[in-house]
Structure formats: structure tokens, C-alpha cells
Design a protein around this ligand. Structure first.
Ligand code: AMP
Length: 281
């Protein structure tokens, strides 16, 4: 069932809440793939009612980014989400979410939003935290589901929930990959055949980094060099960053002692892909 207005969604959820049902939320930008569906299945297993939001959020895109061209297909999304266990698909317009006069934002400040993707996308996470806070207020779920694919997003949202004392459990789910290791992403559809063939280098390089770590290499500099060298073997790869930070604080480290995140962003033509792996003893 597709619901397009906040009022209708609230009425629908109020009925279920009054009947004592628990609500799980899966925020997405649509053009669903197996990664999204794994979150929906997980939400279905842990809640009575599953709401999937399907909203390409304009405030998390910079003017030079792909807001206009971002792939959209609500009919297909409804079919896939329902098949995976969603009860309601919230599909609002930009005007519904940001009516005339809307001027309030939620922003997690500090290095956590400045490092990694925050460096090349300085306004991105402010848009993400604002829209997710709105969705939390509208849906009031007990649990919300996010992918490890966007590890920095998960870390920033955990900080928001902690800092604002939001009574919501964030469940972070593993990265779902294509057979050749490429992390599933709605943006993979932008890749040319040649770019698609080279894109699995992100996962291969991260796995080599993890293997070196497991053999005893714990210098962040050395591990970054190893991962960078591997990615540069793909002629079409143009590295935005290769970084390692403590996770989920995203604090700077020189050696990996506790749980850490090795993360990469790489451009193939005009498509920017991200991937990551957790390093942990
Ligand atoms: P998006 O529609 O790209 O904003 O993603 C919506 C949610 O799905 C986010 O929490 C993502 O981290 C998650 N997600 C996207 N791709 C994957 C993937 N390959 N595996 C697991 N989760 C994913």
C-alpha cells in the first residue's frame, strides 16, 4: 500500500499502535535492490508493522549532484517492498516533507560529519539527519533499519539518536553484494559495461586490507597504502578517499587496536561508489 501524505500515514499507524503493534521503519531513496530488501526482511522479523519510506530527499544532494537523475520506479518498489514484508510504503512529495516556510534542520556537528564522505559532500549529512529525524517524528518506530553500506551515515545517525535522547533502536544490517563482490547500490545502474567490470576492485582491495590486518599489520598508513595500490590497478578508478577511522566514533587513529572502519569512495566516470569493511581483532 502506497501512502503519500503524513496525515494518512499517522492515521494508519495510530490504529495499529492503539492495537499494541510494534512499528519498524526502513528509510530508503527507492529504486530498491536486494540490499534494501534485506533491511525490510529484517524489519519484518522484528516488528508487527513495517513502514518503508521511499523518498529521494533533496536536502541531502548538493546542487552539482545527481538529484534529478537519481533512478526512480515506485511501482516496482511497491511490488518488491510488499514482497519482502512491508505493510506501508511512505512515498511523499518534496512539498509534503518540506512545505513552504520549512526552515528547521538537524545537524550533527564535528569531525564525524567532516571526514570521509563529509569532506567532498559537506552538506550531505545535515540533509540526512534532518529527513531521518522527520521520519522518526512521523512514524515513531520502535526500531529503524540502516545498512552498513553507508557506515558513516549509520555512525552519524547513532550520534543523533544518542545526543537527542531519541527512544529508537537503530539496527545496522550487513552489506549485500553482487556475486563478484560489488556492493549493491541504486547508483550501480549508472556504470558503463567497462566501469561495471572494474568496480569490484573496491571490495577486493578492502578484503586484501583486512587480510593484511588479520596477519598482523595494524598501521593505518600501511593499510591505506595497500588498499590504495590495489584500487589503482583498475585504470578507470579515480579515488576520492581511502581512510581508516575508529568505528563508530570516526575518531582518527594511527594503529588499529579496537573496532575500526576501512572505507573507500571511488569515481568511475561520473559515478561515485562507496564501500567499506570492519577491522576488528
Ligand atoms: P538508499 O536508498 O541508498 O538511501 O539506502 C537506503 C538504506 O539501504 C540505507 O540504510 C542503506 O545503507 C541501505 N543499503 C543500501 N545498499 C545496501 C546494501 N548493498 N546492503 C545493505 N544495505 C544497503
Amino acid at each position: 500500500m502506497i501512502i503519500t501524505t503524513i496525515k494518512e500515514l499517522r492515521d494508519y499507524l495510530d490504529t495499529h499502535r492503539q492495537a499494541g503493534k510494534t512499528i519498524g521503519l526502513v528509510p530508503t531513496m527507492g529504486f530498491l535492490h536486494e540490499g534494501h530488501l534485506s533491511l525490510i526482511r529484517r524489519a519484518k522479523a522484528g516488528n508487527d508493522i513495517v513502514v518503508v519510506s521511499d523518498f529521494v530527499n533533496p536536502t541531502q544532494f548538493a546542487p552539482n549532484e545527481d538529484f534529478e537523475s537519481y533512478p526512480r520506479n515506485i511501482e516496482r518498489d511497491e511490488r518488491l517492498a510488499t514482497g519482502a514484508g512491508a505493510h506501508a510504503i511512505f512515498y511523499p512529495s518534496a512539498e509534503e516533507m518540506y512545505p513552504h516556510g520549512s526552515s528547521t534542520f538537524v545537524e550533527v556537528t564535528g569531525d564525524i560529519t567532516r571526514v570521509l564522505c563529509g569532506a567532498s559532500r559537506p552538506t550531505h549529512f545535515k540533509g540526512v539527519t534532518t529527513v531521518v529525524a522527520m521520519l522518526f517524528n512521523i512514524v515513531q518506530p520502535q526500531k529503524a533499519y540502516f545498512g552498513q553500506k553507508d557506515a558513516q551515515q549509520a555512525a552519524v545517525l547513532m550520534k543523533m539518536v544518542t545526543d537527542l535522547h531519541m527512544d529508537i533502536d537503530l539496527v545496522v544490517c550487513p552489506i549485500v553484494r553482487e556475486k563478484d563482490g560489488l556492493a549493491m547500490s541504486s547508483r550501480n545502474t549508472y556504470l558503463s559495461a567497462a566501469e561495471r567490470a572494474q568496480a569490484p576492485i573496491l571490495n577486493r582491495a578492502l578484503r586484501e586490507g583486512k587480510a593484511a590486518f588479520e596477519k598482523g599489520e595494524n598501521s593505518v598508513e600501511e593499510l591505506i597504502q595497500l588498499i590504495t595500490g590495489k584500487i589503482n590497478e583498475a585504470p578507470l578508478a579515480d579515488i576520492d578517499y581511502v581512510s581508516i577511522y575508529a568505528f563508530p566514533s570516526l575518531e582518527t587513529i594511527e594503529t588499529v587496536e579496537e573496532k575500526a572502519l576501512a572505507a573507500v569512495a571511488v569515481r568511475f566516470g561520473k559515478t561515485r561508489l562507496i564501500d567499506n569493511i570492519i577491522l576488528e581483532k
